[in-house]
Unconditional design. Structure first.
Length: 206
C-alpha cells in the first residue's frame, strides 16, 4: 500500500508496493511509456493524479534495476542527502523513467541516446538561447530511425526530431572508443546517466 495526497488534500491508499518487475508484468512497459503508470484516481474529487513516487523498477531480462527518484527530490538526490541503494540505476522524474524504459525496450544504449540528446540540446541552445528545452526519446520509427520529442521550443507544440539510425550507430561506436571524451563523461554523474547533468544555459550568455 502507498499513500497518495491529492491536490484536494484527500489522502488515500493505493494497492501497490515499492517495486515492480517488468518481466513478471510486461504490460507495465506500455503503461510506463504511455504515462498511465503511477497514475491514480482520487476517490474524493475524481482527479487523476500523475505521480512520480519513489519506485524501484526491476527488469531482469535487461539486466537492470531502475529506481525512480521523484523530481522534487532531485536536489537532495544530487547532493547525496537522499542516496539510493548501490547497484540501482536512478532516473529522476517520470519523463526520464518513461524515456529510459522506451530506450531499453527498443534495445538501444542509454549512454548513446543521452549523448544524442546532448548534441540536440546544444544545437537548440545555440539557435534558441534562453529557451528551456527538454528532449525525450519516444520510439524507433518504421525505418528504424530514432524519434525524439522536444518540449519547450514553442509554448504549445511538441517538436518531433528524427535522428537517423546511422548517426546513433556512429555515436554508439564513438562512446565505446572514447568513453572519457565529451559528451560521454559529461552526461554521467556516478550512477546517474542523464543529459540533465549538463547545463546548457551558459551557452545562452556567451
Ligand atoms: Zn482529490
Amino acid at each position: 500500500m502507498r499513500k497518495i495526497t491529492c491536490q484536494c488534500e484527500q489522502v488515500f491508499n493505493v494497492d501497490m508496493g515499492d517495486s515492480v518487475d517488468l518481466d513478471a508484468d510486461p504490460s507495465l512497459v506500455a503503461s510506463i511509456k504511455e504515462g498511465s503508470f503511477l497514475s491514480f484516481v482520487c476517490p474524493t474529487c475524481g482527479c487523476v493524479m500523475h505521480t512520480d513516487i519513489r519506485t524501484r523498477v526491476d527488469w531482469p531480462s535487461k539486466g537492470i534495476s531502475l529506481v525512480l527518484v521523484p523530481e522534487l527530490d532531485r536536489i537532495s538526490f544530487l547532493s547525496g542527502t537522499s542516496p539510493i541503494d548501490s547497484g540501482l540505476v536512478p532516473v529522476v522524474g517520470y519523463p526520464e523513467l518513461a524515456d529510459r524504459v522506451a530506450v531499453l525496450d527498443a534495445g538501444l544504449d542509454a549512454l548513446a541516446v543521452e549523448s544524442l540528446k546532448f548534441h540536440l540540446l546544444r544545437r537548440s541552445s545555440e539557435s534558441n538561447p534562453g529557451a528551456r528545452v527538454s528532449v525525450y526519446f519516444e520510439r524507433l520509427d518504421d525505418a528504424g530511425d530514432l524519434e525524439f520529442h522536444a518540449h519547450g521550443l514553442s509554448e504549445t507544440e511538441i517538436a518531433v526530431v528524427r535522428v537517423p539510425r546511422s548517426v546513433y550507430e556512429r555515436v554508439l561506436a564513438d562512446s565505446r572508443e572514447r568513453p572519457d571524451a565529451e559528451p560521454y563523461a559529461l552526461v554521467q554523474n556516478g550512477a546517474y546517466l542523464s543529459v540533465q547533468n549538463v547545463s546548457f544555459e551558459d551557452n545562452a550568455n556567451e
